[in-house]
Design a binder for this molecule. Structure first.
Ligand code: GLC
Length: 537
C-alpha cells in the first residue's frame, strides 16, 4: 500500500506568483519596473496570501529578448537596481515568510556575454566549444534545417571565423553547448552563487531545449503546419529539443539544489503530458515542478478539461507533485482567452486543483491583454513575425495599481502603454469590493491555506458534461466539492448513485454562501461554488 505523505514542503503547500519586473512597479521614474518597486509591493503580496515569488530575469542584458539574453549571470541590470537592492529584496521577502525564485536561463546567453565574445574571437579560443559551432554545407548553407523559435533559420553565419553558430531563439541568444562539461560547471557555479545568498530556487528557462541531437540530423516537416502559425512550427523539433541527455543535466542541477536545504526548481517545458512527466526524473531526481501548461493550451471546454486533468493526474509519477498555471509572460492572459466571467471560474480551478498554483501578476485583478499599436511593439517575437499577431507585449503591460497617473506604476511614460480603463480596473478599487476578481482570488487563496483538503488533499473526479466540471478534494474525512459551470448558460445535473449534501462555503456569487445544496445542482451561467460536504454523504 502507498504510504501517505503527511509532511508537505513549502513549494507543495504554497501559492506562487510570477512578477515580470519591468512591469510591476517603477521606483525611480524611468518608466520601467525595478527591484525597489517590488519591495514596495511585498506587503500587497503578503496581504493576498502569496507564499513564493518568481521574478523574470533581472540580470545585465542588452534586452534583445527583454532579459532572457543574459550578459552576466551574477549581476543586476542597472535598470532594475543593484546588488544591494537585490539583497534587500531577498531579506524583505524572507522577513514576510515568503520565498524568492529566480529565473535561470541555462540554454543560451546573450551574444554580448564575455563567454560568447571569447568563443567567437577565434576557432582555437578555449571557449570555442562552449557554444555550438558548425561548418557550412559545401554550398555555403547552414549545417541543417533547424529553425529559430523567433523566426528564420536557427543558424547564424560568423564572418570572422567562417562557421555557423546555433541559436534556438534570437541570433543575439547563442545556445550554450551542454555537451561540454565546462559549461555544466560554469552554470552550477551560477546556481551556487544565488543559493549561497539564500535564494529559494529557480524557474529554469526552456529546460527541454538544453541539448541537441549529437548527429545534427534534420528535423522532419510538421504535417499539421498551417500558414497562420509561427514559422518555427513548420518542422517538428524532434532532433533539436527534448533529447534523452537533457535528463542527466536536470539531475545534476537537482543535485546542486539538494546540497542546500529545501530549495527547488521549476522547469519551463512545453511538451505533451507523457513527455513532460519524464522531467520529474526517473527516481524523482529531476525538476520538482515541471510546469504544467495544460490550462493555457487546451480549449476552454468542460469535458476536455475534465479529461485532461484526469490524464495529468493519472500520468504523474509516484511522488511527483502536480502544478497548474493559467497565464505567463509568453502567453495571452486568461481573461483575454476566456472572458472576464469565465476567468473567475478559471481562478477557482487554479486554486482548487491538486498541486502548486502559479498566478501571473495582474491576473488577480482580471487584467486583459492590452492592444499595442505596431509602432510601439517591443517584443522580438512580434517584430520578427509582424503579420501573425504573436507579440507577447499585450500580456506584459504595467500592473494597474490605482486610479492615479499611469495607474500608480510610474511617474514617467511606461515602457508599454496601459489600457485607458485602468482608472476603474485596478488593485485599489478591487481591494474594497466584495465582488471583485481580487477579492475572489484572495478568498480562494485564504481558503486554500485553511483547508488541508484543498491544499494537499486527494483529487477525486465526480462529474462532467458539456457545461459542468465537478470534483472533490479530500483529506481524511474533510471533503470539499468544487462545481464549475464553464459556459454562460444555466446548467443542471445530478450525480447518479451518489448523494452529495453540504453547505456552500465560497461562490462566484457570494450570496449563495451558507446555502445548503443536496443532490440536484443548478448553477447559473459562469457560476462556480465550493461546497463543504457533510460526513457520510
Ligand atoms: C522562455 C521565456 C521567454 C523567452 C524564451 C527565450 O520561453 O519564457 O520569454 O523569450 O525562453 O529565452
Amino acid at each position: 500500500m502507498k504510504e501517505e505523505q503527511t509532511k508537505h514542503l513549502w513549494w507543495q503547500e504554497g501559492v506562487f506568483y510570477q512578477i515580470y519586473p519591468r512591469s510591476y512597479q517603477d521606483s525611480n521614474s524611468d518608466g520601467v519596473g525595478d527591484l525597489r518597486g517590488i519591495i514596495k509591493r511585498l506587503d500587497y503580496l503578503k496581504w493576498l496570501g502569496i507564499n513564493a515569488v518568481w521574478i523574470s530575469p533581472i540580470y545585465p542584458s542588452p534586452m534583445a529578448d527583454y532579459g532572457y539574453d543574459i550578459a552576466d549571470y551574477t549581476g543586476i541590470h542597472p535598470l532594475f537596481g543593484n546588488m544591494d537592492d537585490f539583497d534587500e529584496l531577498l531579506k524583505e521577502v524572507h522577513a514576510r515568510g515568503m520565498k524568492l525564485i529566480l529565473d535561470l536561463v541555462p540554454n543560451h546567453t546573450s551574444d554580448q556575454h564575455p563567454w560568447f565574445l571569447e568563443s567567437k574571437s577565434s576557432k582555437d579560443n578555449p571557449k570555442r566549444d562552449w557554444y555550438i559551432w558548425k561548418d557550412a554545407k559545401p554550398d555555403g548553407s547552414p549545417p541543417n534545417n533547424w529553425l529559430s523559435v523567433f523566426g528564420g533559420s536557427g543558424w547564424e553565419w560568423d564572418e570572422t571565423t567562417q562557421q555557423y553558430y546555433f541559436h534556438a531563439f534570437l541570433k543575439e541568444q547563442p545556445d550554450l553547448n551542454w555537451r561540454n562539461p565546462e559549461v555544466h560547471e560554469a552554470m552550477y557555479d551560477v546556481m551556487r552563487y544565488w543559493l549561497d545568498k539564500g535564494v529559494d530556487g529557480f524557474r529554469v528557462d526552456v529546460m527541454w531545449h538544453m541539448v541537441q541531437d549529437e548527429q545534427f540530423r534534420d528535423n522532419p516537416p510538421n504535417p499539421n503546419y498551417e500558414p497562420h502559425m509561427a514559422t518555427y512550427e513548420q518542422l517538428m523539433p524532434v532532433f533539436s529539443t527534448d533529447q534523452p541527455e537533457v535528463h542527466d543535466i536536470v539531475r545534476e542541477m537537482r543535485r546542486v539544489l539538494d546540497s542546500y536545504d529545501e530549495r527547488m526548481m521549476i522547469g519551463e517545458i512545453y511538451l505533451p503530458i507523457h513527455k513532460l512527466m519524464t522531467y520529474y526524473g526517473s527516481e524523482n531526481d529531476g525538476a520538482h515542478l515541471p510546469f504544467n501548461f495544460l490550462l493555457l493550451s487546451i480549449p476552454w471546454n468542460s469535458e476536455h478539461i475534465a479529461s485532461e486533468i484526469a490524464i495529468y493526474e493519472g500520468a504523474l509519477p509516484d511522488g511527483g507533485w502536480p502544478n497548474w498555471v493559467l497565464s505567463n509572460h509568453d502567453q495571452p492572459r486568461i481573461t483575454s482567452r476566456v472572458g472576464e466571467a469565465q476567468a473567475r471560474i478559471a481562478a477557482i480551478l487554479l486554486l482548487t486543483l491538486r498541486g502548486t498554483p502559479t498566478i501571473y501578476y495582474g491576473d488577480e485583478i482580471g487584467m486583459r491583454d492590452v492592444p499595442i499599436p505596431p509602432d510601439e511593439v517591443q517584443d522580438p517575437q512580434g517584430l520578427n513575425m509582424p503579420d501573425l499577431n504573436l507579440s507577447r507585449d499585450p500580456a506584459r503591460t504595467p500592473m494597474q495599481w490605482e486610479d492615479a497617473t499611469n495607474a500608480g506604476f510610474s511617474d514617467a511614460k511606461p515602457w508599454l502603454r496601459l489600457p485607458e480603463y485602468y482608472r476603474r480596473k485596478n488593485v485599489k478599487v478591487q481591494q474594497n469590493d466584495p465582488y471583485s476578481m481580487l477579492t475572489l482570488y484572495r478568498r480562494l487563496i485564504q481558503l486554500r491555506h485553511e483547508e488541508k483538503a484543498l491544499n494537499v488533499g486527494d483529487y477525486v473526479p465526480v462529474y462532467s458534461d458539456k457545461q459542468v466540471l465537478a470534483f472533490i478534494r479530500q483529506y481524511h474525512e474533510q471533503r470539499l466539492l468544487v462545481v464549475l459551470n464553464l459556459t454562460h448558460r444555466p446548467s443542471y445535473f445530478r450525480v447518479k448513485n451518489m448523494t452529495l449534501k453540504g453547505t456552500v462555503i465560497l461562490a462566484t456569487a457570494p450570496e449563495r454562501e451558507g446555502n445548503t445544496v443536496e443532490d440536484y445542482f443548478s448553477l447559473g451561467g459562469d457560476e462556480g461554488i465550493i461546497v463543504r460536504l457533510e460526513e457520510g454523504t
